[in-house]
Design a protein around this ligand. Structure first.
Ligand SMILES: [Zn+2]
Length: 308
């Protein structure tokens, strides 16, 4: 089985000239391609795999997942899946619903979409002082991060600086300062799906899962902080829609993005399965060995999946 990960599926907007997204037309072409070449895992087949490890009769079938509760998932993806009789799993970070506003991870995407990466990087490096970066982290993340992403010049370094090096204590204020300097407003009321939209999708057999509360690199947090991230996200989700199964997806993904505490907590919270980012298919062995970090491909590893 191939599990595919999607983020932005949308149309071009001149407001964000450098924004990285999968064009909706290419998304539809990729679904055509997957349907013709591999077929899709049905909900029944997935449930059988979870209950006793039975793999679908046809090897290599595709299962679709969508991260970050982006409003384009309701606007473009959901109607497209419905019209094709398909289903998907949607992973929701819950802080935007409990405290409003746009998560730092997405403010970084927006800045990179609106401005040249090297300009952002230059300015950020200028205003970030040494004590804002825990030095012991640098070597560890240097090689692992964003290996699969092709970015415009300066963008990967800017993202890496903001997501992996800058202490979370300082990050929001640094992003505020960059927004002010570049005259960019982060006030986008429909950036995420609404609670009503999430609930409508759950009613239509889409699976809703946790993507933490604030989308941190969990391995950077203490066990207590991680517990709050996972626990409060499930508390919120279960208050807005039915959760027939508890499922979770690691923010950022990759083995450096979570640790043993994360896995222990997921088991403790009754999470049945979780997704990581790893470029290989799900096998029958994974149900036993890797159920809290099942492998997923990025959509850009397949035909029509490249970002515009
Ligand atoms: Zn995410």
């Amino acid at each position: 089985m191939k599990v595919i990960m999607y983020h932005y599926v949308r149309r071009y907007t001149p407001r964000l000239p450098n924004f990285r997204f999968l064009d909706f037309d290419n998304f539809r072409k990729q679904l055509d391609f997957f349907g013709a070449k591999y077929g899709f895992v049905t909900l029944d087949e997935w449930c059988r795999y979870l209950s006793d490890g039975t793999m679908p009769n046809v090897p290599g079938k595709v299962l679709l997942t969508f991260d970050d509760a982006l409003s384009c998932h309701f606007r473009y993806v959901f109607p497209e899946l419905k019209s094709r009789g398909l289903w998907g799993m949607f992973y929701v970070p819950t802080l935007p619903y409990t405290e409003r506003g746009i998560l730092d991870v997405h403010r970084i995407h927006l800045l990179c979409g609106a401005f040249e990466g090297h300009r952002l990087l230059d300015y950020a490096v200028n205003i970030i002082s040494k004590e804002m970066i825990p030095e012991r982290k640098q070597q560890e993340f240097e090689t692992a991060t964003y290996a699969h992403q092709l970015n415009h010049e300066g963008v990967s370094q800017f993202k890496r600086l903001m997501n992996y090096f800058v202490d979370y204590e300082y990050r929001s204020q640094i992003l505020d300062a960059i927004g002010r300097r570049f005259g960019y407003s982060f006030e986008i009321p429909d950036f995420y799906m609404s609670v009503e939209q999430i609930s409508e999708m759950a009613d239509a057999s889409m699976i809703i899962g946790s993507h933490t509360r604030s989308h941190p690199v969990m391995s950077r947090l203490s066990a207590a902080e991680q517990s709050l991230e996972i626990g409060s996200s499930f508390d919120f989700l279960s208050s807005v829609c039915p959760l027939p199964v508890r499922t979770y997806c690691h923010p950022y993904g990759g083995f450096h993005s979570f640790n043993d505490n994360t896995i222990r907590l997921l088991n403790g919270f009754g999470v049945k399965f979780s997704f990581n980012v790893e470029s290989r298919e799900v096998s029958d062995r994974d149900r036993i060995h890797s159920i809290q970090y099942l492998p997923r491909f990025d959509c850009n590893e397949f035909q029509f999946g490249s970002a515009s």
